[in-house]
Design a protein around this ligand. Structure first.
Ligand code: NAD
Length: 424
């Protein structure tokens, strides 16, 4: 069988990591050779230059991307990241994981992701608006409610989604809320979307701790990243009785063995915009936080923070991957060989975000809006089903939990592609 002729377009550590995960899963389920490359590599991508008028009268050109990994099982779906370390390869890896995630939890979507190389903290509000609108303007022929639907990711939020939706709607001549999710509720956002990823993580952590016969009440949690995912996980877990002993952001972390007052930390963050100098505990470095003795460790910032160097030193009982791709392939092997840490893999653990994004899109298409209780009940039902299917696959095929989740996600995408056939 001939192999794909693949350029170096996406080549990067994180894309190679996603490809290795794919290869391992494809081997584990004997995925036929003739479907592998078609399932593995992104379908298409767009790279754009984004000139933005600065407040001082000058112009800065930013670079942005959108990668659509899979369009065979529905429109593609995935967040947009504004961060200075974005690369096309990173966006491609994140798009790939979105495909497996949507497939694993049974959503009618393929995976996509977008990104702009920018530190949004260095832009004024009006510069951020110009950049967001320009990005969507450049994407207009490439996205849409039936083609590709965006959402927030690192460095983007509800306001940015609102500007993007407005830009797209102005172009098509009528309001088109279904082009992005994670919008403000006043513009067709869903009840429960803002907290969905963190609420889903907390729900699954609760379920897995139950399986491990560890009471959540009094269990300790360390969280790296205190943005949407990290802070909402912290709020949900602390309301379930867990003690949040450490949180961090890009400036560093805070440790408090007696438990951090999460409401106070959130109030401080709203005013100071970072956790720096928050007096709710003692300072702790981000890499030390990962090695804390705790019941649950939640990486909720960027990829590849758990490596072959720190994996032998982790002291958590449960590793709940809030971020996408936080654990390298080498660290995965070490954690599995240790056998004393349970893992909730990213494509299951943080799927609450895209599940409620799907609910938001459905509500937009039907112009019929659900209550928060409805949203949460439906979210839990999907998470329960996905967890059961992962546990069944894990037992049946004697796989680790990541391999179980990946083989389910990848297997379904490959099957759909095979059934559709190869055009022309
Ligand atoms: P965010 O921008 O709201 O928050 C990111 C947090 O990480 C911030 O607190 C930031 O200061 C911190 N951070 C950045 N660089 C860091 C570093 N080097 N060390 C420590 N902390 C650092 O982003 P988010 O939406 O919370 O996304 C976090 C992760 O969760 C990403 O991997 C994202 O892809 C994933 N995710 C997000 C969603 C969602 O709904 N937003 C859904 C699924 C997965």
């Amino acid at each position: 069988m001939s192999k794909a002729v693949v350029s170096t377009l996406y080549d990067s550590d994180v894309f190679r990591m996603a490809c290795r995960q794919f290869d391992q899963a494809a081997d584990a389920i004997n995925l036929p050779e003739d479907i592998r490359d078609r399932t593995k590599y992104p379908r298409r991508c767009l790279a754009v230059s984004l000139p933005v008028r600065r407040d001082n009268g000058g112009v800065t050109v930013f670079e942005g991307y959108r990668v659509q990994h899979n369009l065979s099982t529905g429109p593609s779906k995935g967040g947009i990241r504004f961060h200075e370390s974005v690369t096309l390869g990173e966006v491609a890896a994140l798009a790939m994981w979105m495909s497996w995630k949507c497939s694993l939890v049974g959503l009618p979507y393929g995976g996509a992701k977008g990104g702009v190389i920018v530190n949004p903290r260095e832009l004024s509000l009006s510069e951020l608006e110009h950049l967001s609108r320009r990005y969507m303007q450049e994407m207009i022929g490439f996205v849409g409610p039936e083609v590709d639907i965006a959402a927030p990711d690192v460095g983007t939020n509800e306001q940015i989604m609102a500007w993007m939706m407005d830009t797209y709607s102005n172009h098509v001549g009528h309001i088109s809320p279904g082009v992005v999710t994670g919008k403000p509720i006043s513009l067709g956002g869903s009840e429960g979307r803002r907290e969905a990823t963190g609420a889903g993580i907390a729900y699954l952590v609760g379920k897995y701790l139950e399986d491990m016969k560890i009471p959540i009440n009094g269990s300790t949690v360390a969280i790296q990243g205190f943005g949407n995912v990290g802070s909402e996980s912290a709020a949900a877990l602390s309301s379930m009785g867990a003690k949040i002993v450490a949180v961090s952001d890009y400036t560093g972390g805070i440790y408090n063995a007696a438990g951090i007052d999460i409401k106070k930390a959130l109030a401080y963050l709203r005013y100071a915009r970072t956790l720096k100098d928050f007096d709710g505990g003692e300072p702790i470095a981000n890499d030390r936080l990962l090695e804390l003795d705790c019941t649950v460790l939640i990486p909720a910032a960027l990829e590849r923070v758990i490596t072959k160097d720190n994996a032998p030193r982790l002291k958590c009982r449960l590793l709940a991957e809030g971020a996408n791709g936080p654990t390298t392939n080498e660290a995965d092997r070490i954690i599995e060989a240790r056998g004393d840490i349970e893992l909730i893999p990213d494509i299951l653990c943080n799927s609450g975000g895209v599940i409620v994004s799907y609910f938001e899109w459905l509500q937009n298409l039907q112009s019929f809006y659900w209550s928060r209780d409805d949203v949460i009940a439906k979210l839990h039902a999907i998470l329960d089903k996905a967890k059961d299917s992962v546990e069944y696959q894990k037992r049946k095929l004697k796989f680790g939990r990541r391999l179980a989740a990946l083989t389910l996600g990848i297997g379904r995408v490959a099957e759909a592609k095979q059934k559709r056939g190869l055009f022309p």
